[in-house]
Design a protein around this ligand. Sequence first.
Ligand code: NAD
Length: 498
Amino acid sequence: MTGLSHDDWKARAKALQIRGQAFIDGRFVDAQSGRRFDSLNPATETVLAEVAECDSADIDLAVVAARRAFDDGRWSRKPPAERKAVLLKLADLIRANLHEMALLDSLDMGKTITDAATIDAPGSAHFFQWYAEAIDKIYDEIAPGGPGDLALVRRVPLGVVGAVVPWNFPLDMATWKASAALAAGNSVVLKPAEQSPLSALRLAELAAQAGVPDGVFNVVPGHGASAGKALGLHMDVDCLAFTGSTAVGKLFMQYSGQSNLKPVWPETGGKSPNIVFDDCEDLDAAADMAAFGAFFNQGEVCSANTRLYVQRGIRDLFIEKLITRAEDMQPGDPLDPASRMGAIVDAGQLARIMGFIENGRYSAELVAGGGQVQINGKGFFVQPTIFADVTQNDPLAREEIFGPVLSIITFDTEEEVIALANDSPYALAASVWTSNLDRALRLSDRLHVGTVSVNTVDALSAQTPFGGMKQSGFGRDLSLHSLDKYTALKTIWVKYRA
Ligand code: NAD
């Protein structure tokens, strides 16, 4: 829990001072065009802040500042231990401003204040700390060679890293990119999602306060088709780290081909299977986590476990358990610490989710939820929704809905469920519930996804890579492997008189 009451959070929200300007070269600035767009609170449908509507001119400014900072070495050539000290300070500042960071995300995109204050904001501090602590403990290589040859294989920062991120975990997605890219010595130009730019802007301000030099971390809010595209096409951006939809991930690959062949790291959509075998010993835990895996963050999670495969013998019992859990997770005011689900990010996403639910009523059995809700007469809320007897080719089972909609498919055999689980254009994550170790390991071998969680869902940590295969993209965030994206291998070969 957050330690604050609903009234406390409301009072803090009211008192919040929000900056909506872009953060370029160490200071807040308006878009050069002077244009702004409204950032809406999806729980109340009111304007939260006016945000600078940046476009290619502002992206240019930010890239020039980032390049200048990279080239003069104010960050890129600092000893790793000095970068570490600054990033540790940033982690401390995030913790010191934890309530504010949590509020910005909750108000901007509708997630519950409990999740924002106990998962997202502490997570951001943790990831900055983790990369800070790692960066002065990584050694380069010396290649095997004979006398007279000393070949060093070094990892060097790339230069200007562009990052384009989605709205579902605004602070954490910005953090996953920026923490590793900055630790490695790059300059960063980050474009947050237009639905949720506020926490990233505050993060940039805190980074400057911690000692990240001017121009090293720039946050440029704006729309995808203008600001995002300009970053993707920029000739002086050395790498583009993207998290978002598969369709836009494909665009970034094209932008690279049309411009300077920058490496693009897409981390895109998902439709993760969660497989529950009848030999699972703790069906209550499986049901708790199946509901969490589908409804956490309003189901707006790339790795959400939205395809639930239940073995026939436990189907009825398991569905009963899930219905109870769905009933306990009804949406509420995101600022109420008791709420377990918040608002959907915007009206467009709400309409998309409701479209899937309405069509699903004809093709499968609706066993829980299905309704749109308002809280205090306002807002974009959807009940946790469960469909049973979904068929494998139903859009409910194939498409990423990105809302609180769980589709249940019944299966008989292990072979059958492996084939069904792998039958998807996405391959981000999968979960398996069984008490049979052989079976768990067999499934882990054969599920073709980025992460297999056994007897849990969505397992992730700073220490383990997160990302997918197939059309879930091939980028990896988190772990030391993420540093591969933000560094290049450089060989330095020294000839000496042996
Ligand atoms: P989105 O693809 O619509 O937007 C993501 C970002 O791309 C935003 O900043 C947006 O402004 C920008 N963008 C949009 N159109 C663009 C264009 N034409 N050119 C350049 N940039 C453009 O995704 P979203 O709706 O913000 O987020 C939801 C998606 O993110 C889901 O598909 C989800 O699975 C995915 N996601 C993936 C991961 C992962 O790690 N694999 C994590 C979180 C979210």
